[in-house]
Design a protein around this ligand. Structure first.
Ligand code: TEU
Ligand code: CA
Length: 552
């Protein structure tokens, strides 16, 4: 397998609205990011993925772009952005930008033109039809919106203010490639591509299969990994990325390992890696993310292990527990009460010792938790607000709806970064756009940096290990004890070196049988100071304990 810088990197995702507010207007901004670059460098980060900072009316916090070549005034100016890139590169880090090109904002010039008349030069930049099909939008309701000017409907898989671009039109593709080239010329090091496996729609646009009397149905089979998606990505690569040593990661709901190999095999020249969602779906029932069900460790292991082995020789994995759309991992798969610190470190170990490029979402390195606002008025996320309205209109009880929001709302990830114990967690001197989590008094960066035992310093060590042990980057993965409902254990092998990773996912003391070939291995990291009680092969694990053994 070829060595690549992006395989050996650790990425940190910044959600700019919630990161650091430098001018005290309640909104994080680019100058705020610059102020914290040393913090990221100290953590050991190689690459920053910046969620959208382009001009946008903010219907979906910047994922609705009205101008790809301007910076949203909330965030600053292009001069600020230039300076940020310079400061990132000066510290020997890289920057990847969020590329949202499945759709634009309805306030983008292309759409303003497109909706004017059926013979407008930009009409075919979007997807217009006389009659809607039954597809449901990801943010509730129909995926089609009627536009009275021309008496037709346009497709929006996300909000009404996010019309889908028509990738069948070569002018659309060329304009997007020109825009990408513009950012490459400015010196960006790559892109995270938003729902990039949605860009090719089955041109028949068939109805989805409606279940039990629902008005709308999922259109997934007709646009996830659609008919021309590989062709489009190969074209994009050839027109833009091919001549540069960039890094690309495609966000791909519904992607399978088989598809991922096609997207990321080096010989195919499409993308470097993808984000899959299989492990993010294990606590969702058949009706989607708000239909919450208990998750099982056996299933979590099965999914992550399948991806590890399927992409072993072809393609490359991205490793993540968190992003701006997901609940906080310590609240979701760990224990955000008594064992917050232990379980956050355990989860970090389990993920960071796998094969792939690890992503850390802002605040994850502090063990930030979900938030529980008692009123819907405190929430800002369009997906959450639309779902709430829909459910209440259907007669659901508010308390029950709020419960699902506490577990799954995207705002769990979006509360401001907790920097210190000062007002608003040091994020801003003004009331922030989304309230801070009240636990900032206990959970904050200043405290974590000062405490050598903190989650933050543990992440630092994990990142440093990855730089010193090639086996962590390139070693082959094998799952142990697939059926255990308590232990996540696996090995890595590279040449004559081997690694054993053992994590206790329970709050009990339990035992683990060390495999014979690891009896002489030495522990290189763990989340408890006290040495493990051990007799022969029998190792005692404390609540949420995680240990890594290395043998050469
Ligand atoms: O998310 C894609 C996506 O599929 C989301 O619907 C995701 O599954 C959902 O947020 C989970 O609750 C991307 C972005 O990451 C997200 O922030 C945007 O809202 C969305 O695309 C539209 O651009
Ligand atoms: Ca600001």
């Amino acid at each position: 397998m070829t060595r690549q810088w992006w395989k050996e990197s650790v990425v940190y995702q910044i959600y700019p609205r919630s990161f650091n507010d430098s001018n005290n207007d309640g909104i994080g901004d680019i100058n705020g990011i610059i102020q914290k670059l040393d913090y990221l460098k100290d953590l050991g980060i190689d690459v920053i993925w910046l969620s959208p900072v382009y001009e946008s009316p903010n219907d979906d916090n910047g994922y609705d772009i009205s101008d790809y070549t301007r910076i949203m005034s909330d965030f600053g100016t292009m001069e600020d952005w230039n300076r940020m890139l310079h400061e990132i590169h000066k510290r020997d880090m890289k920057l990847i930008m969020d590329l949202v090109i499945n759709h634009t904002s309805d306030e983008h010039n292309w759409f303003i033109e497109s909706r004017k008349s059926t013979d407008n030069a930009f009409r075919d930049y979007y997807i217009w039809r006389d009659k809607p099909n039954n597809w449901e939008s990801a943010f509730s309701g129909s995926a089609w919106k009627y536009d009275k000017t021309t008496n037709q409907y346009y497709l929006h898989l996300f909000s009404q203010k996010q019309p889908d671009l028509n990738w069948e039109n070569p002018d659309v593709r060329n304009d997007l490639y020109t825009m990408m080239q513009w950012w490459i010329d400015k010196g960006v090091d790559g892109f995270r591509m938003d729902v990039i496996n949605f860009i090719s729609k089955d041109q028949r646009l068939p109805d989805g299969e409606a279940n039990n009397g629902n008005l709308y149905a999922s259109g997934h089979p007709y646009y996830m990994n659609g008919p021309r998606v590989h062709e489009f990505l190969q074209e994009m690569n050839q027109k833009t990325l091919a001549n540069y040593d960039t890094m690309t990661v495609g966000e791909m709901p519904g992607v399978t390992p088989e598809q991922a190999k096609l997207y990321t095999a080096e010989s195919r020249n499409e993308l470097d890696m993808v984000f899959h969602f299989e492990h993010m779906d294990i606590d969702s029932g058949l009706s989607g993310k708000w239909d919450i069900k208990p998750w099982s460790l056996v299933e979590l292991k099965q999914i992550l292990s399948k991806w590890q082995t399927e992409l072993e020789n072809e393609g490359w994995n991205s490793l993540y527990w968190n992003n701006h759309d997901q609940p906080r991992v310590v609240s979701r798969f760990g224990d955000d009460g008594n064992y917050r610190v232990e379980s956050a470190k355990m989860l970090a170990t389990t993920l960071h010792m796998m094969k792939g490029t690890p992503y850390i979402y802002q605040g994850e390195e502090l063990g930030m938790t979900n938030v529980r606002f008692s009123q819907i008025a405190s929430y800002r996320d369009i997906e959450t607000l639309n779902m709430y309205e829909e459910k209440i209109n259907e007669g659901a009880e508010e308390k029950a709806v709020l419960e699902t929001i506490h577990a799954k709302s995207r705002d769990n990830a979006r509360t401001p970064m907790q920097w210190d114990t000062s007002v608003n967690a040091g994020f801003s001197k003004t009331t922030p756009w989304l309230q801070v989590n009240p636990n900032y008094v206990d959970i904050n960066a200043a405290k974590a940096v000062a405490d050598p035992d903190s989650i933050y310093h543990y992440y630092r060590q994990l990142i440093a290990l990855r730089k010193n042990y090639p086996i962590i980057v390139y070693g082959a993965y094998e799952l142990l004890m697939a059926e255990s409902e308590k232990i996540f254990a696996y090995t890595r092998k590279l040449g004559n070196t081997s690694l054993l990773v053992v994590s206790n996912f329970t709050n009990d003391f339990i035992h683990f049988e060390i495999p014979k070939d690891f009896l002489k291995a030495s522990k290189i990291i763990g989340n408890y100071h006290e040495p493990n009680k051990r007799s022969g092969q029998r190792l005692e694990l404390k609540p949420y304990e995680s240990c890594v053994y290395y043998d050469a």
